[in-house]
Design a binder for this molecule. Structure first.
Ligand code: FAD
Length: 444
């Protein structure tokens, strides 16, 4: 008898788990509460425009995400892949750091030598930080805020403002004053300090639902598995014989294992009837969250972006994306503001006006604005602070597993950590069931 397995949540973690489980020949059912697949990385339709809930960046280091994209048949062309380039155009504060087309570590060393807008003190400070981390094998003990690490290693104000602070906020979604230096060190280890392609920037040319969740759900359906959208699960009930039923499953199936692949703040109601998980609920309640704001601005014509992604500094905006250069419609721009900050104190209209001014200062006169939409994900990711306690994928309840970007890992909350956690939970189940991944299986 093949086991019956359920996954609750159709985000990147849930689909990574479902696809990995399905490769064993076990029967998999994935439940997603929403009509749209993708969770915190999904398409949003508004006023006839299709945009993402937030512009996402992937890195060449996202090896598990890239492996699963290939596995479910996603074409490599859906990602615009470029060497790392941190470009701040505009007269006020120009700076440009581009990785060179050379093997690591020369790609960064030569890129740094050639960098414009950074002086020798800035460049030496960057080398100092990376060498210190390398010497310490990227271990920061005791863990402390990134700001403390920057101060200890004598980082210049300009390098901190143009490179470290934006990188930290983009990767950890937590300001440097509060972000974990240990997790930041892991991010640097596996991107800037790893093989040259690890620091590549991969920008999706399709929407985030279409990038992985939709192809993964087709892949599952074609192999006889079920993906059930608009089906929220209310609670998990133990059957008393080692199995589980899901309140909300119209088929009342008995499952041998259940992967909870929701955001951490959606776990508590699901496991309320499982006393062994009371400690987990407490642990998750202690997690704090940080927002991400994306302003989508549709202009009546193209804009003079020097690259698809540019840095913004000195205002509210952090990064601006030219979606026209990424397969989107002409004139569509996304401006991202990660983590909490002064932008949360002003109205959406005031933010929109401020961002238009900031873009104009960088790009020159702008075409007429046709449409604007500000999307605020209030709990975009957990706050990645020093020593934050993240649960493991295996729980004290033998058949219940966690997957999601918040599950313990070297990484902050990212698509890659979500995918890794899904794969890990699935492999834990397969091991318990004595099953192996084998891509040839099909369920009938
Ligand atoms: C605006 C924004 C920008 C970001 N930018 C980046 C970036 O540039 N790079 C990067 O790597 N990461 C980025 N992230 C982080 C990344 O999106 C997340 O880490 C990742 O999507 C989390 O995936 P997940 O599967 O763990 O959780 P989720 O995406 O939250 O998926 C959970 C799913 O479970 C469903 N669900 C919840 N409760 C139930 C229930 N009871 N029954 C059934 N279904 C349920 C939800 O509807 C959801 O679809 C960003 C996040 C946001 C919000």
């Amino acid at each position: 008898m093949k086991p019956e397995l359920a996954v609750i949540g159709g985000g990147y973690a849930g689909f990574a788990a479902a696809v990995t489980l399905a490769r064993s020949g076990a029967r998999v059912t994935l439940f997603e509460a929403s009509r749209t697949l993708g969770g915190r990385a999904r398409v949003v339709e508004k006023d006839g425009h299709r945009v993402d809930n937030g512009q996402h960046i992937l890195l060449g280091a996202y090896s598990e995400t890239l492996r699963l994209l290939r596995l479910v048949g996603v074409r490599p062309g859906v990602l615009d892949t470029r060497r790392l380039a941190l470009i701040y155009p505009g007269a006020a504060d120009p700076c440009e750091l581009r990785a060179a087309a050379l093997p690591a570590p020369l790609h960064l060393a030569v890129g740094l030598l050639r960098a414009r807008g950074l002086d020798w003190a800035d460049k030496l400070a960057m080398v100092r930080l990376l060498r210190r981390l390398k010497r310490d094998r990227f271990r920061v003990a005791p863990d402390r805020p990134v700001a403390a690490l920057l101060a200890e290693t004598g980082q210049t104000a300009r390098l901190s403002r143009l490179i470290w602070e934006p990188l930290c906020v983009a990767a950890l979604n937590t300001p440097v004053a509060a972000a974990s230096a240990q997790v930041f060190a892991h991010v640097l280890r596996d991107s800037l300090a790893a093989g040259a392609s690890a620091s590549d920037l991969l920008l999706p040319k399709v929407d985030l639902s279409e990038l992985f969740p939709v192809p993964a759900s087709r892949w599952l359906a074609m192999r006889g598995h079920a993906v059930r959208t608009s089906e929220p699960i209310r609670a998990i009930e133990a059957t008393g014989d080692g199995g589980y039923r899901l309140d909300g499953d119209p088929w009342h199936t008995r499952y041998d294992h259940v992967v909870i692949a929701t955001a951490p703040y959606h776990v508590a109601p699901l496991v309320g009837a499982l006393p062994a998980l009371a400690g987990l609920v407490e642990q998750l309640a202690a997690l704090r969250h940080e927002p991400i704001v994306t302003a989508w601005l549709a202009f009546d014509g193209p804009l003079a972006f020097p690259a698809p992604m540019i840095g913004m500094s000195g205002g509210y905006g952090q990064w601006a994306f030219d979606r026209a250069a990424l397969g989107g419609p002409d004139g569509l721009v996304g401006v991202v503001i990660s983590a909490s900050g002064a932008h949360r104190q002003i109205s959406g209209d005031a933010l929109e006006i401020a961002l238009l001014g900031e873009l104009q200062a960088i790009l020159g006169p702008l075409p007429a604005l046709k449409w604007a939409q500000i999307i605020t994900e209030k709990r975009a990711t957990f706050a990645c602070t020093p020593g934050v306690r993240r649960p493991t994928g295996a729980t004290p309840e033998p058949g219940i597993w966690l997957a999601g970007d918040y599950v313990a890992s070297d990484y902050p909350a990212t698509l890659e950590s979500a995918v890794q956690s899904g794969v890990a939970a699935a492999r834990g189940i397969l091991q318990r069931c004595g099953l192996k991944e084998n891509s040839l299986f099909r369920i009938d």
